[in-house]
Design a protein around this ligand. Structure first.
Ligand code: NAG
Ligand code: NAG
Ligand code: NAG
Ligand code: NAG
Ligand code: NAG
Ligand code: NAG
Ligand code: NAG
Ligand code: NAG
Length: 451
């Protein structure tokens, strides 16, 4: 591995260099109690991923980088300047309104949603962190903590060469009529799922939304802390939103089914049984993994790596980075082989790794992310390739699409739960998970722009 990934930012000559360039090592896990180490080799590569399918209309210039700096400076002085609002293309338009999509002038430039900049936008957030109690885990609802600065909520992502349709829940639901959108992944995937539920309900109590977990065998097992996933249906449009927990995206199987203390075979080259079983039910699938690939987590879960149906551990332990790479490649290849067989016109996205921001230490050595000033390290991503080389490489040549949020989110260190975590017993900060509303809302906006 050659050093870390490089995130090139412009417009950031404001003091503190907050951008950490390596996401390796240990972190805090939100799904269960254990903490674990993560091994995440990321190197920078220069090629552009084939994005030909993503060529869409471009937005007209909204604000120049110079304006952006003025805005940042104003912000640091406690003033805000929302001049960008009037410059929105498609403002107030229907999300899937073909008319609004045709308005911006199409150009031949390739649209890369991950390249662009954060701009202030007082129409964010989409829902209230106080109100979205029905869907939001309390540990991520920063509005319910002692945190006082919520300026991180007021930004949207503006890709450089792509038209970003404005999110609008009723048109999204209409577009997803009779359809199912599924998230499968770790707790960061669960954050994106909760964010979407809040966005689609406006964060309001929604008794009409049905819990249909049983259709997918997702009732809570006796003695379990929670079910392995949740499924909700919006009755008016018959739209289903699903989340299934699979932190490693590999198939887990007890080695001895009758022994409760048995080790679990973690089949690196087999997709989770749940995904194999229900893939034909999905119209949109969003995968993620990353913060689970470390020895500590494997041992805590009694997971034993298997490849080709056989344990790999005893003879030659597999490097964690290689193990993760093997799984990501396997799942991309498997999905690519499945896609043509799907009558539902299934779209699969692999979401890239969500960056962590522990400064001055790690999760267990007093590491923190106390900066509360948005984008103090810059607001722009200018690189063409993804910072998540493993996912980017694995998807090359497949029909699985990349949902690249890594460099975008890297700029948002102030958006983590930080020291307001409810796991304060260890006096640690959660610089892995994000406050909601917050950064994962943008991931959903980027997802919805591409489906
Ligand atoms: C941008 O807007 C200006 C003024 O409204 C217009 O003259 C120009 O053609 C537009 N450019 C693009 C690329 O849409
Ligand atoms: C867009 O902005 C760039 C500089 O940021 C400028 O060179 C270009 O002329 C602008 N284009 C339009 C259509 O305004
Ligand atoms: C907002 O920005 C514009 C130009 O970017 C400037 O003319 C105006 O004075 C600013 N307003 C405030 C309140 O800073
Ligand atoms: C809901 O959508 C599913 C397809 O996802 C379809 O099979 C079912 O008939 C629909 N139900 C209603 C009541 O429209
Ligand atoms: C949704 O499903 C119902 C029942 O199968 C059907 O009547 C309706 O036309 C479907 N709507 C769309 C947009 O597919
Ligand atoms: C599985 O576990 C049960 C209960 O501990 C034990 O009796 C049995 O021998 C085990 N089977 C194998 C194949 O190890
Ligand atoms: C990941 O796996 C692919 C396919 O087996 C291989 O070509 C690539 O070199 C691997 N990358 C790493 C970083 O191990
Ligand atoms: C907790 O962390 C804060 C900030 O790093 C520090 O000031 C405080 O002394 C720590 N408390 C304990 C009990 O370690």
């Amino acid at each position: 591995m050659k050093g870390g990934n490089i995130i090139m930012v412009r417009g950031g000559h404001l003091s503190i260099a907050m951008v950490v360039l390596m996401f390796t090592t240990i972190l805090l896990w939100g799904w269960d109690k254990s903490y674990f180490a993560s091994f995440l080799p990321l190197t920078r590569q220069q090629y552009m991923i084939p994005l030909s399918e993503y060529v869409v209309a471009v937005s007209n210039n909204s604000s120049t980088p110079k304006d952006e700096m003025v805005k940042s400076e104003n912000k640091m002085k406690g003033r805000s300047n929302n001049t960008n609002e009037k410059e929105q293309p498609g403002k107030g338009s229907d999300y899937f309104d073909a008319d609004s999509i045709s308005k911006p002038t199409p150009i031949s430039k390739v649209c890369n949603y991950a390249k662009g900049r954060w701009v202030e936008d007082n129409r964010r957030p989409w829902y209230s962190g106080l109100g979205c109690k029905q869907w939001l885990s309390i540990m991520w609802a920063c509005r319910l903590t002692k945190r006082k600065d919520f300026s991180y909520e007021g930004y949207r992502w503006q890709p450089e060469n792509c038209y970003m349709p404005e999110f609008e829940r009723s048109s999204f639901l209409r577009r997803m009529q009779n359809k199912t959108l599924a998230f499968i992944g770790d707790s960061l995937g669960r954050q994106q799922f909760q964010s979407l539920m809040c966005m689609l309900t406006g964060g309001e109590e929604s008794p009409e939304v049905e819990d249909v977990g049983k259709e997918y065998g997702l009732a809570k097992a006796p003695g379990a802390r929670r079910p392995d996933g949740w499924v909700y249906r919006f009755p008016d449009t018959n739209t289903t939103i699903l989340y299934y927990w699979s932190a490693s995206l590999s198939d887990l199987e007890p080695i001895n089914r009758t022994d409760p203390a048995t080790n679990i075979a973690m089949h690196l080259d087999q997709p989770p049984a749940f995904m194999r079983k229900f893939l034909h039910e999905f119209n949109v699938l969003v995968l993620n993994t990353g913060h689970h690939w470390n020895r500590g987590k494997l041992e805590a879960n009694r997971w034993v790596m298997y490849v080709d149906g056989k344990p790999v551990e005893e003879n030659k332990p597999l490097d964690m980075g290689k193990a993760k790479n093997l799984t990501v490649y396997s799942i991309a290849k498997w999905l690519d082989s499945q896609l043509p067989r799907h009558r539902r016109n299934l779209k699969v996205f692999f979401r890239t790794i969500s960056p962590r921001h522990f400064f001055n230490g790690d999760w267990n050595t007093g590491g923190s992310c106390d900066n509360m000033i948005p984008m103090s390290g810059g607001s722009e991503v200018v690189q063409d390739g993804s910072s998540d080389i493993v996912v980017e490489s694995a998807l090359k040549g497949t029909k699985v699409k990349i949902l690249d949020i890594t460099a975008i989110s890297q700029l948002r260190d102030e958006g983590h739960v930080s020291r307001y975590t409810r796991r304060a017993i260890l006096n640690t900060s959660d610089c892995l998970h994000w406050c909601l509303p917050g950064i994962p809302d943008t991931w959903n906006e980027l997802l919805l722009a591409q489906i």
